[in-house]
Design a protein around this ligand. Structure first.
Ligand code: CP
Length: 309
């Protein structure tokens, strides 16, 4: 299975081919099956050491990578920014080299700077997995979203997916767009013109500022939260205005096809980008996304960990 996988690092989905994406999804299928067994552990990464280096907060991604590493029998160390010598002025590169000197084989990095994982990957021998870098990419989120759509709809090709909200500052949106287009889906980005400028059409997607027009047409809606931490000025008049125009309210949800999937990468701002009842309702696959994240991250660690020397 690993014969077609040549990458020690996973930095983004822009550079992955459709065949590589398919290989990750098929590998994740095998690991999802492992999760149904009584003994949910396999020895695939026995003897390897994984470091979860999270310089930005995370609940889902950090936990999921930790569980994935444990299920693959790797040794795991968790490091957060506040508890590391980064607070004393040590550089990211020196931190990573210290980890390598301790024989780390895989470094999972979340960082607020776009390109930080790429920077490390070219300077250290260990595998580097991007767990989200600024507004650049969040490849494992893109892969788990794809996996969930494929699982629920049977295939991704030919589907129409709306990604709604703060696209400009969203690494999740970028990774989703790259992967969905490669797998043959149609994508429409929806939101205020300040957060969804027409320039995005150059990626091969449609852009709309009229949510009501898009909702009846799509097979999946993927809702994103407003990334206040990355915005340097206000991009819309206020939250009330945002909810009025772009929030998925119960009234607007009536426009959706009955089998339209409601997705959200989390964390959710209930009552802002999505009504709280819809988030927990029958069309929501938000917790399935979390569950699938484990199998997808096991697949990524297995494939990249098999290349790392
Ligand atoms: N979706 C996502 O990246 O969530 P966390 O920030 O909790 O990891």
């Amino acid at each position: 299975m690993t014969a077609r996988w040549q990458r020690k690092d996973l930095l983004g989905l822009r550079e992955l081919s459709a065949e590589e994406i398919r290989l990750v999804l098929e590998t994740a299928d095998a690991f999802k099956e492992v999760g149904t067994r009584e003994v949910k552990k396999v020895p695939a990464l026995q003897g390897k050491t994984l470091v979860n280096l999270f310089i930005e907060p995370s609940t889902r991604t950090r936990t999921s990578f930790e569980l994935a590493a444990k299920r693959l029998s790797a040794d795991i160390v968790n490091i957060t920014a506040s508890a590391s010598s980064l607070t004393k002025g040590e550089t990211l590169k020196d931190t990573a080299r210290v980890l390598e000197a301790n024989h780390a084989d895989i470094i999972v990095l979340r960082h607020s700077s776009p390109g930080a994982p790429q920077f490390l990957a070219t300077r250290i021998a260990a595998s580097v997995i991007n767990a989200g870098d600024g507004a650049h990419e969040h490849p494992t989120q893109g892969l788990l979203d794809l996996y969930t759509i494929r699982e629920k709809k049977g295939a991704v090709a030919g589907l129409h997916i709306a990604i709604i909200g703060d696209i400009l500052f969203s690494r999740v949106a970028r990774s989703n767009v790259f992967a969905l287009l490669k797998m043959g889906a149609r994508v429409t980005l929806v939101g205020p013109s300040t957060l969804v400028p027409r320039e995005f059409e150059q990626l091969g997607v449609a852009v709309s500022h009229q949510l009501e027009e898009v909702l009846p047409q799509v097979d999946v809606v993927n809702l994103l939260r407003i990334q206040h931490e990355r915005q340097r000025k206000e991009y819309f008049p206020g939250l009330g205005e945002y909810i009025r125009l772009f929030g998925l309210t119960k009234e607007r949800a009536k426009l959706l096809k009955p089998d339209c999937l409601i997705m959200h990468p989390g964390p959710i701002n209930r009552g802002v980008e999505i009504d709280s009842e819809l988030a927990d309702g029958p069309q929501s696959v938000i917790l399935d996304q979390v569950t699938n994240g484990l199998a997808v991250r096991m697949a990524v660690l297995y494939l990249c960990g098999g290349i790392a020397t």
